[in-house]
Design a protein around this ligand. Structure first.
Ligand code: AP5
Ligand code: MG
Ligand code: ZN
Length: 215
């Protein structure tokens, strides 16, 4: 299964990815997570990316494309992958097409998670992430049963630097102008599926898995 999760900030891409990659036994490739990991390690790429991320802006295409190309060549992608947060511009989508044709594979489906815009800021601002295992929670919609600790591994939960109301609003604007055109891009290729992301997390997961298995 080679698939992409499209959707605005807070749509539930990362949350849904956790279930989908387990179901299909494929790696979860989140460019946002890769940048955050790089920053934690103090790499040059991480430091550069942070400048853009904390302003709610996109990291320049050439940096992202090189990083993803490298990742897709990894052996664990041989039987498929789930891309989360990439591509995010038409230039990135075209670059991905080139990379995949070089490898000799094609995308099965692109899933667009649609969410009522009014919910997005609430979802992102209330998000909490486990420092140890990366599990995602929400203070109201999906709280950890252990309060400020992760219910899976007891790690402490933190809030992302770019999850302030102001930065989330900027990220949504950038999504609308830069990333939304990709809905049309993949629809024209005949591989787009639209899923209602306003529903509870488990219902959205079931719907996405069903859509992916239709292939
Ligand atoms: P990235 O980390 O990808 O952030 P994003 O796309 O803005 O998306 P989010 O991670 O905020 O949302 P999500 O859809 O994953 O939602 P989640 O599942 O966590 O990118 C960050 C930055 O990195 C970018 O701004 C950019 O600077 C840079 N970047 C990354 N990729 C790039 C690229 N390709 N090109 C250039 N720059 C790039 O859910 C959110 C919350 O809602 C959680 O708390 C969750 O528990 C809750 N929730 C989820 N689903 C539901 C539901 N169904 N009902 C109720 N609550 C729910
Ligand atoms: Mg995410
Ligand atoms: Zn954890």
């Amino acid at each position: 299964m080679r698939t992409i999760l499209l959707g605005p900030p807070g749509a539930g891409k990362g949350t849904q990815a956790e279930t989908i990659v387990r179901e299909f036994n494929i790696p979860h490739i989140s460019t946002g997570d890769m940048f955050r990991y790089n920053l934690k390690q103090g790499t040059e790429l991480g430091v550069k990316a942070k400048e853009y991320m904390n302003k709610g802006l996109l990291v320049p295409d050439e940096l992202v494309v090189a990083m993803v190309e490298d990742r897709l060549k990894n052996e664990d992608c041989a039987n498929g992958f789930l891309l989360d947060g990439f591509p995010r511009t038409v230039i990135q989508a075209e670059a991905l097409d080139v990379v995949l044709s070089k490898i000799g594979v094609h995308l099965n489906k692109v899933v667009n998670i649609e969410v009522n815009p009014e919910l997005l800021v609430k979802r992102a601002v209330g998000r909490r992430i486990c420092k140890e295992c990366g599990a995602t929670f929400h203070v109201d919609f999906n709280p950890s049963s252990k309060g400020s600790e992760c219910e899976k591994c007891s790690g402490s939960l933190y809030q992302r630097d770019d999850d302030t109301e102001e930065t989330v609003s900027k990220r949504i604007q950038v999504y609308t102008s830069e990333t939304q055109p990709l809905i049309d891009y993949y629809d024209k290729k005949g591989i787009l599926a639209v899923v209602d992301g306003d529903q509870p997390i488990n219902i959205v997961s079931e719907t996405i898995i069903k859509v992916l298995k239709e292939d």
